[in-house]
Design a protein around this ligand. Sequence first.
Ligand code: UDP
Length: 353
Amino acid sequence: MAKCFLFTVDSYVLEEIWRKESFVFLELEGFCMHYFITGGAGFIGSHLCEYLLEQGHRVSVLDNLSTGSMDNILHLKGNSLFSYEIDSVTNVPLLGKMVSECDIVIHLAAAVGVNLVVESPVQTIHTNVDGTEFVLKEANKKKKKVLIASTSEVYGKSNKIPFQEEDDLILGPPTKGRWSYACSKALDEFLALAYWREKKLPVVICRFFNTVGPRQTGRYGMVLPRFIKQALSNSPITVYGDGTQSRCFIYVGEVCKAIYSLTLEDKAVGEIYNIGSQEEITIADLAHRVRDKVGISTEIKYIPYHDAYTQGFEDMQRRVPCIKKIHQLLGFSPEMKLEQILDRMVDFIARFS
Ligand code: UDP
């Protein structure tokens, strides 16, 4: 009974209780919350919708399909707990309405992918900075908890491995477009933490490290779906630079689990968390692993960065997260190895593209 009462009466007093008592009620069995996901038709967003629906929650999505796709959420349309609006987070009246109807906001809508960032820096900066500003402003009106998606890209050119949440951010100069993405997301983080400190808006920030899985498209640069598609079509696998740069890939399902747990954990409020795997691999090795997995002998072609992106392009050489903080809070550490991730992705891409 207490549950229904809490969500049908909208008063200052109840909001105070909500904040103070935090998520005590949420642990009651069968508790249904309403999550509002911006960018819910994107790659991570659509997996998160599935995950939250599986946990028995209501999910509403706002997505302008700029990098997301209806195909990602079509299968959820029949679910009575699922709803969506195709529009932008810059439609403030709609955004405000959707925020006021939900219990928790997960803000994933962003310009993502190095290709997009390099080709459309104006769009990147506006989408990332304005979008987050609108979301925080609307959430603040009703003091709705907001989880802000950020990125490992914010660590920039730091060579202090593994990257820890408190580390300095070492960004390249504004003349190199790539860093506008990191800078815009860092500003989102500053703004979110400012709302927490100054206005007591509960926020949580996640920095995602190279999340991969089914439905990820290589269109905006993401390396793994690109390599798999290339191998499956017996085209050359395009390694940019000399291939010694490395990344750690985490399966999207594990990221969803971490996001969900963070939304339930009161101690996460006002904090930043890395979410990633620590299984590091160079991009050249990744190309070989993909080629072996697909079982073909296609060429591995090395392409200079200035041909792949733009003149003067700067890459991140290594990107490995420290995950002590999230592990200490939630006991979270990713279990799926790259081998299994490759199996799943090769299988998915072979069947659906
Ligand atoms: N990359 C590559 N070939 C491709 C696409 C990407 O060698 O076809 C490289 C890219 O330069 C980077 C790494 O793979 O060093 C990861 O790129 P991605 O765009 O997936 O994500 P990032 O980690 O750069 O955000």
